[in-house]
Design a protein. Structure first.
Length: 89
């Protein structure tokens, strides 16, 4: 998820301050919301973005060869097979 908005509320008469977090799912685009006490800890994922160059993509076998940043090749990926248009298997 990508966090797009964080807002906090003041403490109430009998409660703690709350944090309202709004995020967008990076894969589906779905909007997600969470409301939690601002004194609690949240788990944060560590995301490492790596870019590759496509050297070869064989449509017959489905094998893909990528060039990594350090000059090595990555050959353990396969193209998805599609049985119906827009629906990968």
């Amino acid at each position: 998820c990508k966090c797009v908005e964080v807002s906090t509320s003041k403490t109430g008469k009998h409660g703690h301050a709350k944090a309202h977090i709004v995020a967008i799912d990076i894969f589906t685009g779905k909007k997600l919301e969470d409301l939690c006490p601002s004194s609690h800890n949240l788990d944060v994922p560590v995301v490492v973005k790596t870019e590759y160059q496509v050297m070869d993509a064989n449509a017959d076998t489905g094998e893909v060869t990528l060039l990594m940043e350090n000059g090595d090749t990555k050959e353990d990926l396969n193209l998805p097979t599609v049985t119906k248009i827009g629906e990968p298997t």
